[in-house]
Design a protein around this ligand. Structure first.
Ligand SMILES: O=C(O)CCC(=O)C(=O)O
Ligand SMILES: [Fe+2]
Length: 281
């Protein structure tokens, strides 16, 4: 029963999403964006699952962003009770919905281009919520902190459906500071992942049996149920072999657009920091 319900939802969503993305690509085919067009970017997100707009933010904007994000962290660290959405693990910090308490960050949530792109992707208008994420080599925990696995280190998709996230790195992301690893093109329905999509559907619907399992294993700690089920290794390997893997290397101030239904995982940071502003819809 769950399976039939999930697969019906999966294919229905796929059809409508492809229709929206194709119409959007055509509508915006002449709208310039960097050295390409918005239409071409929409097509790339549809077919590859990821696109990068180099140098989207100016140096001035990036400096303003760093200031507000770092201030948000230092305030969160001095408060008796950590704000909602704020989490620290060794080597990692995440502050979700940070714009709620730091209105200066709002300007990054009000970008008409990103909001329009998300509207095509999701079929509705919504302003993003902002998350500031820091992955670091231990220095922010006191020099000797061990680096454990980062958030999202196991191969997964963020949801059973196409999920849009926009992000910008505050320093160049290279192989040593933990780029995201993903399989370009795997955002389309992958036949070998059908049981995984069904599991993810159940997670999204908070099916009691699945929720109990997640609680027992502790993998949904902090409410991050979306990537909690973890993809079976053979499913990831099969898709990785078909599509080959890519690393999300990018520059400071680039805008990365990502369909998080791409098979992906966070690689381990070896050195330095990786500070990112994430925009979730
Ligand atoms: O931090 C990253 O690079 C991605 C983490 C991730 O995939 C997730 O949290 O879902
Ligand atoms: Fe993820």
């Amino acid at each position: 029963m769950w399976k039939l319900r999930a697969l019906t939802a999966l294919y229905r969503h796929e059809l409508l999403w492809r229709l929206r993305m194709s119409i959007g690509a055509w509508l915006f085919r002449n709208r310039p964006l960097g050295d390409t067009t918005l239409g071409a970017v929409i097509k790339q997100i549809r077919d590859v699952g990821a696109a990068v707009i180099p140098g989207y933010y100016s140096e001035e904007e990036m400096r303003a962003l760093e200031t507000v994000c770092e201030e948000a962290l230092s305030r969160a660290d001095t408060e008796a009770k950590p704000p909602q959405g704020y989490r620290r693990i060794p080597g990692g910090i995440r502050y979700q919905h940070m714009q709620k308490r730091h209105p200066l960050a709002q300007r990054f949530a009000r970008d008409p281009l990103i909001v329009a792109l998300a509207a095509v992707f999701n079929g509705k208008f919504k302003m993003p919520s902002l998350m500031y994420g820091v992955t670091h080599d231990g220095r922010r925990d006191g020099a000797s902190a061990e680096r454990p696995e980062p958030f999202g280190h196991h191969p997964h998709t963020d949801a059973w459906y196409h999920m849009f996230k926009a992000l910008t790195p505050m320093e160049p992301i290279a192989r040593e500071n933990g780029p995201l690893c993903f399989a370009p093109g795997s955002n389309g329905i992958q036949p070998e992942a059908s049981d995984y999509y069904v599991e993810m559907y159940k997670v999204a619907k908070r099916e009691p049996e699945v929720m109990k399992k997640l609680k027992q294993t502790g993998v949904n700690a902090g409410g991050e149920t979306y990537n909690a089920t973890g993809m079976p290794d053979d499913v990831f390997a099969a898709a990785a072999a078909r599509f080959s893997l890519a690393y999300g290397e990018a520059g400071r101030g680039d805008l990365i657009l990502f369909d998080t239904r791409c098979f992906h995982y966070a690689t381990k940071l070896e050195q330095g920091e990786r500070r990112i502003l994430w925009m979730y819809f």
